[in-house]
Write a protein that binds this ligand. Structure first.
Ligand SMILES: [Fe+2]
Length: 341
């Protein structure tokens, strides 16, 4: 699991070291503390003086109840926390996801509150994004239990434990909603929220901003144009995938790369930011990923005279259907099926 030491947070100072390869990752102290504290203070102020609450300021919560699956309260966050800090959070997250995950499409957050009895049953969000994000404004000294994000472990829980007892954390991970922690989890992983027990006071509840991150436009900074870069990368990717005629269709998930193209057109750097390629038959994805990376490392670009930085996602299994739909509505032609530029 990566830690906050591995990837720079919006105002952090640490250099990227580890790609995101695991079902979930956590980034503690994600926001500057004063911004996280300002949002928490706004939430606490919202719940103070209950007798003074007015419909326009306080009738903002949607009690979302889906029998057997979801029980919690949802709100448009700016109505509780104020537009300015929520915008700062969203913009910081979007810049960070673009730069360090190579995934530029971030949904506006929802604000959710879980008090005693609230929780989320196990589900996936395979068509809603590549990663779910959960940013916690929950008090660390809250008077309640539960509220952890549940993320199932990879693999087959039946066949992996045929001859041995297994339970709880042997089958899934529980990620506590630590204040100012960002959790990212692979949206295809079965996940949920552990039921809250112990308090109906909203100040003791699990309070989180959450949403989804998926592929957006590539970053291309420098003299080479996105069209030029894509015209070279798309056939290279096709060549790499052609080497796996029998198994290519079994692969699914994003591989995002950060390329530093030198002034002479040669690659000066190639780093994996995210590798969440999985195979539907459980087989190893390493041969295909290595082939893609090796093929791209051998590519030559036209000389630009200056360096060009390229950050882009390769989408094995194709672009998400909702993204394809958005692109069709915006008449964006620059999609080769596995690349977003
Ligand atoms: Fe979910």
């Amino acid at each position: 699991m990566a830690s906050q030491a591995d990837i720079q947070t919006p105002l952090g100072a640490t250099v990227v070291a580890a790609p995101v390869t695991t079902p979930f990752v956590t980034f503690d102290n994600f926001l500057p503390l004063d911004l996280a504290q300002a949002m928490r203070a706004a939430a606490e102020a919202h719940f103070q003086q209950p007798h003074a609450h007015k419909p326009d300021t306080h009738n903002v919560w949607n009690y979302w109840y889906v029998p057997g699956l979801y029980t919690y309260l949802r709100a448009v966050p700016e109505r509780v926390l104020g537009r300015e800090p929520v915008t700062a959070f969203y913009e910081g997250l979007r810049r960070w996801a673009t730069q360090y995950l190579g995934l530029a499409n971030v949904t506006w957050p929802m604000l959710s509150l879980y008090v005693d009895g609230c929780g989320q049953g196990i589900h996936n969000d395979s068509t809603n994004g590549r990663f779910g994000y959960v940013f916690s404004l929950t008090r660390n000294d809250r008077g309640s239990r539960g509220g952890e994000t549940i993320v199932w472990k990879e693999g087959d829980p039946f066949r992996n434990s045929l001859d041995r007892a297994n339970a709880g954390s042997g089958l899934y991970d529980l990620v506590p909603p630590v204040f100012n922690r960002l959790v990212l989890f692979d949206d295809r992983m079965p996940h949920g929220v552990q039921r809250i027990e112990g308090s109906m006071d909203p100040l003791d509840g699990r309070l989180v901003l959450h949403g989804h991150i998926s592929e957006g436009d590539a970053v291309v900074n420098g003299p080479l144009t996105p069209q030029t870069v894509q015209s070279i990368l798309a056939p290279a990717l096709d060549r790499a995938l052609d080497a796996f005629p029998d198994t290519e269709g079994l692969h699914h998930g994003p591989l995002t790369l950060r390329l530093e193209i030198g002034p002479d057109g040669r690659l000066a750097g190639c780093r994996i930011l995210v590798n969440r390629v999985a195979r539907s038959d459980g087989g190893s994805t390493a041969p295909l990923v290595e082939k893609i990376v090796d093929t791209i490392k051998a590519v030559r670009f036209p000389p630009g005279g200056q360096p060009t930085l390229v950050i882009f996602p390769i989408l094995t299994g194709g672009v998400l259907p909702m993204i394809r739909q958005q692109m069709a509505q915006q008449a964006q032609p620059q999609d080769s099926g596995h690349l977003r530029f």
